[in-house]
Design a protein around this ligand. Structure first.
Ligand code: FE2
Ligand code: FE2
Length: 153
């Protein structure tokens, strides 16, 4: 299934993979919401929920990269920004078009392809760097708590 986590997405870091699974779960909730025609309010809420997690995950990863002195930090961060703009674009399209299930499914399909390749290539590259440099890829102390309930920054 499109939004399902597969072993080929594994980065080698349990902590990062856990976040990726949660991210995909939120994409899946939104996809199901759109397919089940949940209504604009609920879709809007699911989009917000996804956006919040995406932002939190990206920031968490970027923080780990900076701390680790990862040389690919800037180009990786640029990729995160590109994806985040897609999430914002989806929100805008939804605001403009209302309940357009086909549009949501199309955008989410593209997002899932992007995520799959990002997890599998770029995130894995970063985790490999951590391992090669003898750093801990499981983020003991490096990862912040889940975004829920902690408010926005
Ligand atoms: Fe990631
Ligand atoms: Fe990433």
């Amino acid at each position: 299934m499109l939004t399902q986590w597969h072993q080929d997405m594994a980065t080698g870091s349990e902590a990062v993979d856990k976040q990726h699974k949660e991210l995909l779960r939120r994409v899946d909730d939104l996809l199901k919401g759109a397919k089940n025609k949940k209504g604009a309010d609920e879709i809007g809420r699911l989009m917000w929920f996804l956006k919040k997690y995406v932002r939190w995950h990206f920031r968490d990863e970027e923080k780990l990269m900076l701390e680790a002195g990862f040389p690919g930090y800037h180009s990786h961060k640029t990729q995160h920004e590109i994806f985040f703009r897609e999430v914002l674009r989806l929100e805008t399209l939804h605001a403009e078009q209302g309940d357009n299930t086909l549009m949501i499914v199309a955008v989410i399909t593209a997002m899932c392809e992007w995520l799959r390749s990002h997890f599998n290539k770029l995130d894995k590259e970063f985790i490999d760097f951590l391992k090669e440099t003898g750093q801990n890829g499981n983020g003991n102390g490096g990862h912040s708590e889940s975004p829920d309930g902690n408010g926005e920054q």
